[in-house]
Write a protein that binds this ligand. Structure first.
Ligand code: NMX
Ligand code: MLT
Length: 435
């Protein structure tokens, strides 16, 4: 058994009694109340999910296994010659809750390398899709195409004890994660680089290999590592993480679950917002003929968008009530590596003018930028200008967190998810409108 799986097995054994005790002895203790506006309003703020992989505080932002983003970047072992940590070491942290040393990070990297070969039928299937297919549809299709590889399904069909579900789920999860960078890079090169595919380099770590297969030079390897880590998890209620968990709760395997997760991420109010930000900025750039807009000029673009009934992509959040620390990390990266880049200046002006306008408009509960406002600019700077590919990058990262969650869901025996719905007439009765 691998070091990671062995360590995880011990952690699971230690953790199970905590969940059992809560359920058995404290199952009736209330965690909150639910209002009509929450029922109609997308279940906003209802505490009805549990995860220990990450927690999102509205004012502080995300903590991965208790660590803030700067702490994660500081504590995790770095790839030699790079500013950023091993993504594989970060996955070790998500899965076990422990900060790995270099030895552990390298062991996970080896595990991924052993599993990174993508079956040829996946590439053949991608080549058959219409050329206008969105990269997210291609990514989702590629993942679900591998469903027949599921170890979980084989063991389940052979009669697996519930307590053992997490083991083959772990195998599926690692098998899939290891293949995602090569699939993503294949989609990119197939769609935008005339199918000129670059083979994986077995010497490289996940981030380094991804940059290599994309055909983008250093420090893009560090951009990839940073990007995958920042996008990995945002507790469980967001559409992609929730979808992954929900589908997996029916004991659908990791391939079905992560493919569905990608489908949820592909919406413009969720992950696709990073593509929308670039599309919006390009529109401004065209109208400005490349000139950096003054604050007054940018205000007009923002108001025009709002007045035409559209959202400003990259701003607002369902939980956060301050600037997203993932935005701040990427902004710091920009200040260090591309401070004078015109597109960064655009984002900077947008950052100055948008929050006061959203406050003045008085609708958005959070006027501050989220992760997507800054991320496309970095990609563009390093030559990845095909912005409809950006959400695939988000998807590779998000899979790390969702796979970790699904493995733990299975380990702790969380049941099939099934919230209750009520009718409009029932709510009218609860509200006292009619008897
Ligand atoms: N621009 C314009 N209006 C906004 C924005 C925005 N950026 N954010 C919220 N609003 C509006 C929202 O549409 C709603 O309007 P209405 O009452 O007419 O339906 C109102 O403000 C209240 O919405 P909130 O409760 O503040 O936000 P909610 O929790 O419903 O939605 C988002 C959260 C993130 C979907 C929303 O802020 C948004 O649409 N932002 C722009 C898209 C975006 O950046 N999404 C990416 C989120 C991060 N991610 O990667 O997933
Ligand atoms: C995410 O990373 O999933 C987004 O910020 C959306 C969310 O958390 O609601």
């Amino acid at each position: 058994m691998s070091v990671l799986k062995d360590k995880l097995g011990k952690k699971i054994e230690e953790w199970r009694p905590r969940t059992t005790k809560l359920l058995k002895d404290y199952g009736d203790v209330k965690v909150g109340e639910v209002t009509i506006s929450q029922v109609i309003g997308g279940a906003r703020g209802i505490k009805s999910l549990t995860t220990d992989i990450s927690y999102l505080d509205p004012f502080e932002g995300i903590r991965f296994r208790g660590f803030t983003i700067p702490e994660v970047m500081e504590k995790l072992p770095k790839v030699p010659g790079s500013e950023m940590p091993y993504v594989e070491g970060f996955f070790y942290l998500l899965l076990t809750g422990e900060v790995p040393g270099e030895k552990e990070a390298l062991e996970v990297a080896e595990e991924f390398k052993k599993r990174q070969h993508v079956p040829e039928y996946v590439f053949n299937m991608l080549r058959q899709l219409p050329p206008e297919s969105h990269p997210m549809a291609m990514f989702s299709a590629a993942i679900v195409a591998m469903q027949s590889e599921s170890v979980f399904v084989k063991e389940y069909d052979a009669g697996l004890n519930k307590m053992e579900f997490w083991g083959p789920t772990y195998e599926d999860g690692l098998n899939l994660l290891a293949k995602l960078p090569a699939i993503a890079a294949f989609i990119y090169r197939l769609k935008y680089k005339n199918g000129d595919i670059i083979k994986a380099d077995p010497k490289l770590d996940m981030g380094g290999n991804f940059a290599h297969m994309m055909g983008i030079k250093k420090p893009y390897d560090d951009v990839a590592r940073m990007y995958f880590i920042l996008h990995s998890d945002h507790e469980s209620g967001n559409v992609s993480a929730h979808t992954g968990h929900l589908v997996a709760s029916a004991l659908s395997d990791v391939y079905y679950s992560i493919s569905a997760m990608i489908d949820g991420l592909a919406g413009p109010l969720h992950g696709l917002a990073n593509q929308e930000v670039l599309r919006w900025l390009q529109g401004v750039m065209e109208e400005m003929k490349g000139k950096i807009p003054s604050e007054e000029e940018m205000k007009k673009f923002v108001w025009d968008t709002l007045n035409s009934g559209q959202v400003i992509p990259g701003f607002g959040h369902a939980v956060l009530r301050k600037t997203d620390p993932r935005y701040t990390s990427q902004r710091e990266f920009c200040l260090k590596h591309l401070p004078d880049y015109p597109l960064f200046k655009y984002v900077d002006v947008l950052y100055k003018v948008t929050p006061p306008i959203l406050l003045e408009q008085g609708k958005a509960k959070n006027p501050w930028p989220n992760v997507d406002a800054q991320s496309g600019v970095i990609q563009w700077y390093y030559g990845l200008t095909e912005y409809d590919f950006y959400t695939v990058l988000f998807g590779v990262g998000r899979a790390l967190g969702v796979v970790a969650n699904i493995i733990w869901d299975r380990a702790l025996g969380y049941p099939i998810e099934r919230p209750k719905s009520i009718t409009t007439a029932m709510m009218e009765e609860i509200a006292g409108i009619k008897k």
